[in-house]
Ligand binder design. Structure first.
Ligand code: S3P
Length: 291
């Protein structure tokens, strides 16, 4: 056999072994997750992941390849995170709340924590129109913006992979928006006081509804009008005053885990995850004969 062909076969052989081992790892991780859930322990730990990645590098004999293997293992750990969060949360996690309540920042942090994609309704609109939200308000008015917003909300709520879904502050104004987000998502209201919101957004001129009157009084008045809508839409309420983005994100994960929700995204990958134990059975016997 030519040398190149022989080397390629060896690589295929290693890949096959790696695939079986990775599958075994994924299965174990899901079992650990169930056990942690049972014992009411926190599921994700950055420290533990860092430790695992460090240790994997220590098994590599060639010092030049140590860091490379650690780098690759970060992806493995990331993928395990994703599989666990999909199993735990087979629905969109939808963040609602007033401007400045932290929907986008918390959404980004949650997407790292759960290795899930994050999508922001306002960003989708800005991307598609190539205009800032404030420009859309200025040139076309609020009614046109609300129509665009409803279209994007409907589209995102029908996505087939779970996402961290960050709405704009006014999404709850439209009843059919709320119906859409509640069908496939668990709705988390990030609550904040008028004073705290003012402190967070007072220097931000990108909010068209507050641009002529950025005061605590105006924010308090708008909050009063909308409060019942956020409340009515919410499955979970998280107080964000005085808390860090990390603390709010961890609280969301903990609170979501306390309850079973009947929402579910029709996500083929979630089904695939459910198949892992069954696939593993056949893989176990395959790797037996492989030894
Ligand atoms: C709005 C909130 C904004 C944006 C638009 C209208 C609202 O989003 O959608 O300016 O009605 O509260 P953020 O809450 O992300 O600022």
């Amino acid at each position: 056999m030519p040398r190149l062909e022989m080397l390629r076969r060896k690589v295929d052989d290693v890949d096959q072994k790696m695939a079986a081992l990775l599958e075994q790892r994924l299965k174990l991780v899901l079992e650990i997750m169930e056990e942690k859930k049972h014992q009411r322990l926190p599921i994700f730990s950055k420290d533990r992941e860092a430790e695992v990645i460090e240790r994997v590098g220590n098994h590599v004999r060639n010092p030049l390849l140590k860091e490379e293997v650690r780098f690759i293992h970060q992806y493995v750990v990331q993928s395990c995170r994703r599989i666990q969060s999909r199993r735990l949360f087979p629905y969109h996690i939808t963040l609602v709340g007033f401007m400045g309540s932290g929907k986008t920042t918390v959404g980004v942090e949650l997407s790292k924590l759960l290795a899930m994609e994050q999508i922001d309704v306002d960003h989708v609109i800005e991307d598609r129109t190539k205009m800032r939200i404030s420009e859309i308000f200025e040139h076309f008015g609020e009614k046109t913006f609300r129509k665009m917003e409803s279209d994007v909300v409907e589209e995102l709520s029908k996505r087939h992979n779970v996402i961290i879904f960050c709405s704009g502050g006014g999404v709850v104004l439209n009843e059919s928006n709320v119906e859409h987000i509640k069908r496939t998502g668990v709705v988390v209201w990030l609550k904040a006081s008028a004073e705290e919101i003012f402190r967070r957004i007072k220097d931000d001129d990108s909010r068209p509804l507050l641009k002529d009157d950025m005061t605590v009084e105006k924010i308090a008045a708008m909050l009063k009008d909308r409060r019942h809508l956020y409340e009515g839409a919410a499955d979970l309420v998280i107080d964000t005053d005085g808390k860090t983005v990390e603390a709010v994100s961890c609280e969301i994960v903990e609170r979501l885990m306390e309850k079973e929700f009947d929402r579910r995204v029709d996500d083929k990958d979630i089904e695939a995850v459910d198949l892992v134990p069954r696939i593993m059975k056949s893989m176990d016997s395959a790797s037996e004969s492989y030894k």
